[in-house]
Design a protein around this ligand. Structure first.
Ligand code: NAG
Ligand code: NAG
Ligand code: NAG
Ligand code: NAG
Length: 707
């Protein structure tokens, strides 16, 4: 839950990160920035004079210790500037690259997360590439992009790894079930012992996590009581505001409005199709179905115009953003800071307007949906019954567009529930009455405000008096009276975060436990032979995976014998064109492709809202090319299964079609995506149990959690 007070705290607490050049005073600093721990000793003085040091390349260039990381490149090998970018563009660069002692990468210690190397060019560029920001520590100016901090990344990593392992367990279980179903392994050799041990360990872990969670919850409860207790006394209005569940309200509004704009879009699209049809079709062909339906459409359209039905999804989207800002920023600001750039009348008016807008708009969307449904019945009839022989291009185009339309909007029907949810109405009501009741207590009244706060306090009216009081009250006092509250709140929020984190951990462990419980005992390792056998047996029952992507339907089939297995592509409509992409040739395992695909998957699944994946890439010290990934061996949960299909239909002006099918571990078969890599050569991303590595054992990365 996004705490409104948290927003406030963020504003107050984000003191600029002050980074100054460390004064070295001739002594070696404790820790040389940019150097891994095991190489720190290289920076101890290596001269009789303990304030001196010489470049690592052995050129006998002697420097003062305070010249290390001083931003000037003194050593030909760049070894005096491991923590700054000073040697990067230097004439010595080449030499530096050849020198092996200190590499050309910067070492991020990243305490609380995972140490890694980054390129020197990323050092001192104003962006914290290391989660501990050590790459910007010596740059002498304030980084403009601080990125994620290390403990936050650690939490994100744990959540990601748990989700991955959970999905792996499900996939493995599904693979076992498949093998059982197709009789691949009748003679399962049981290793009860290890599973029993696993189960025991897991249940111990769950017990200890539960205990910890209970303790943290007690602390949270205490902290919450402290905070709200104080808040109630010191700022009763804010206290009541905190009870309003405004983030729940905001997210309800957000999702309801997503629906509203979806309906608008579906209205716009269908009207466009019908408009084009109605302008372009040949009425003289006398296709009765088409002529009657176009007439019906025109009548409906006039009706809609009379009823003032309009739909504009772009405006809906904009309104949605604005409403969200209103609830998450504008309103909280009023009660947290006790001020607004707008007049009281405006604040109250807007709040009432917003309520009416939301309820009215959602209500109104029902009417739009009615028309959509009428228009669709027009197009349904035309699609089904128009006379193909008349060859009317406009009709054909409309039918094509309508098919496309259905694949996009098909799930919206007249029955789609467009009523505002009860919880939305309730929260909205609460919130509006709250603003009506309390805004006048904390904002200056409008009459006073329009007098610019001049001498009107002598008037003795309530508003005037209040305004005078507020004007006389320095803003600092307002904050300092909340200072101890802020500490209390911070504590309470941190416990809240800890509890949420533990909750997630526990949930995953429990899900594991259920899977372990449901999984029959493990058997032998899955080998290529077993997988081949499984494919064959599934093939004997003509097993196919089928999915629609980009208005093409793809079918990947296993057949008996396997060489008969095929991939076909057809246009996703009746009578659509069909193309053979290939026949099954071989099965293999490709570790490199797996690594690429796995990273792609992580980025797509977890990368959107977080820096996590970019912080999991490291340069390999001592190796010129390789960037590699430091997520332990998570990628090995996939076995890297690749099926090759060749000898498909000839491409026009090109080779025969062929495809590589990469299978990622999952409990469900699905074709996720297809790309044409080179002309007429495709790569399919497929998920399914066969992609699971049955002997996988998770080895986490080396976290830097020490002191
Ligand atoms: C709103 O918050 C109160 C207490 O803060 C809680 O008891 C209630 O369940 C919340 N309601 C919703 C809908 O989240
Ligand atoms: C919603 O629409 C119905 C008619 O469609 C109307 O009777 C009702 O008053 C409307 N409710 C609101 C809150 O606008
Ligand atoms: C005081 O109140 C009177 C009427 O109530 C109003 O006309 C006047 O503008 C107010 N302000 C001052 C400064 O007198
Ligand atoms: C499966 O996992 C194990 C251990 O995690 C690993 O050693 C092995 O190479 C993996 N197999 C494949 C095919 O990736």
């Amino acid at each position: 839950m996004v705490s409104t007070s948290l927003l406030f705290l963020l504003v107050i607490e984000q003191a600029p990160l002050v980074l100054t050049l460390q004064p070295f005073l001739g002594n070696k600093p404790e820790y040389i920035i940019g150097v891994p721990r095991e190489k720190q000793h290289l920076y101890a003085s290596n001269e009789p004079d303990l304030t001196k040091w010489h470049c690592l390349s052995g050129d006998n260039i002697v420097l003062n210790l305070n010249q290390i990381n001083d931003g000037v490149c003194d050593c030909p090998d760049g070894s005096d500037e491991p923590g700054t970018a000073a040697c990067e563009d230097d004439v010595f660069q080449k030499v530096a690259e050849q020198s092996s002692e200190m590499g050309k990468y910067f070492f991020c210690d990243n305490k609380n997360f995972i140490s890694r190397y980054i390129r020197i060019s990323e050092v001192a560029d104003g962006i914290c590439d290391c989660c501990d920001c050590s790459d910007e520590m010596l740059s002498g100016y304030k980084p403009f992009d601080v990125g994620s901090d290390c403990s936050q990344l650690k939490n994100e990593f744990d959540a990601m790894a748990s989700a991955e392992l959970l999905s792996y367990q499900k996939g493995k279980m599904a693979l076992n079930a498949l093998e059982k179903k197709y009789g691949v392994k009748e003679d399962v050799s049981v290793s009860e012992f290890s599973t029993e041990k696993d189960k025991q360990q897991l249940s111990d872990k769950i017990t200890s996590l539960s205990n910890k969670l209970a303790k943290e919850k007690t602390k949270l409860y205490q902290a919450r009581r402290n905070y709200f207790g104080q808040l109630e006394i010191q700022d009763p209005i804010l206290y009541r505001f905190e009870q309003l569940n405004i983030s729940v309200l905001a997210s309800e509004v957000y999702s309801s409005f997503a629906m509203v704009s979806l309906v608008s879009k579906s209205y716009e699209d269908i009207v466009k199709i019908l408009n084009e049809l109605s302008e372009g079709y040949e009425s003289s062909l006398n296709d009765k179905v088409v002529n009657d339906n176009v007439k019906k459409f025109r009548k409906l359209k006039r009706q809609a115009e009379r009823a003032k039905i309009t739909a504009d999804s772009a405006i809906d989207e904009e309104q949605r953003e604005n409403l969200c800002l209103f609830f998450t920023k504008e309103v909280p600001k009023i009660f947290l800071e006790r001020k607004s750039e707008h007049s009281l009348r405006y604040v109250i008016g807007k709040s009432n307007f917003v309520q009416a807008l939301i309820v009215g708009k959602i209500n109104y969307t029902k009417d739009i949906l009615e028309y959509v449904s009428e228009f669709r019945s027009v197009m349904d009839d035309i699609s089904r019954n128009y006379n193909v022989n008349f060859q009317d291009a406009a009709v054909k185009a409309a039918v094509d567009s309508y098919n496309h339309y259905l694949s996009e909007h098909g799930t919206l029907t007249k029955e789609t529930n467009m009523r505002p949810s009860a919880i939305l109405l309730e929260l909205l009501n609460e919130m509006t009455s709250f603003v009506n009741e309390n805004a006048p207590k904390i904002l200056p009244s409008d009459t006073a405000e329009s007098d610019q706060g001049a001498n009107d306090h002598h008037n003795g009216t309530f508003g005037g008096l209040r305004n005078w009081l507020w004007a006389g009250l320095p803003k600092i006092d307002l904050f300092s009276s909340r200072a101890n509250l802020i500490t209390l709140e911070k504590q309470f929020r941190s416990y809240e975060a800890a509890v949420a984190q533990l909750d997630i951990k526990l949930e995953f462990k429990k899900a594991y436990q259920k899977i372990l419980h449901d999984t029959p005992s493990e058997g032998n390792d899955a080998t290529a032979a077993e997988l081949t056998e499984l494919l064959k047996r599934m093939g004997s029952q003509s097993y196919c995976i089928e999915d629609v992507l980009d208005s093409y339907s793809y079918k990947i089939c296993l057949q008996k014998p396997m060489v008969e297995g095929t991939i076909c592509q057809s246009e996703d409509k009746s009578g659509g064109k069909k193309v053979l992409i290939g026949h099954f040739k071989t099965l293999g395992f490709d570790a490199d492709l797996n690594m690429n695909k796995y990273v792609e998957h992580l980025k797509a699944t977890y990368g959107e809202s977080s820096d996590l994946t970019s912080n999991l890439a490291s340069m390999r010290e001592g190796d010129d090319k390789a960037q590699y990934y430091i997520f332990g061996n998570l990628n090995e949960l996939n076995n890297g299964l690749v099926l090759q299909y060749e000898d498909g239909d000839q491409c026009w002006n090109g080779p025969r079609r062929s495809a590589t099918v990469f299978v990622r571990c999952s409990d469900t078969f699905k074709i996720r995506s297809v790309h044409e890599v080179t002309k007429c050569n495709y790569i399919f991303d497929v998920t399914g149990p066969m992609g699971c590595n049955k002997t996988f054992e998770y080895e986490p990365p080396k976290f830097n959690l020490g002191n």
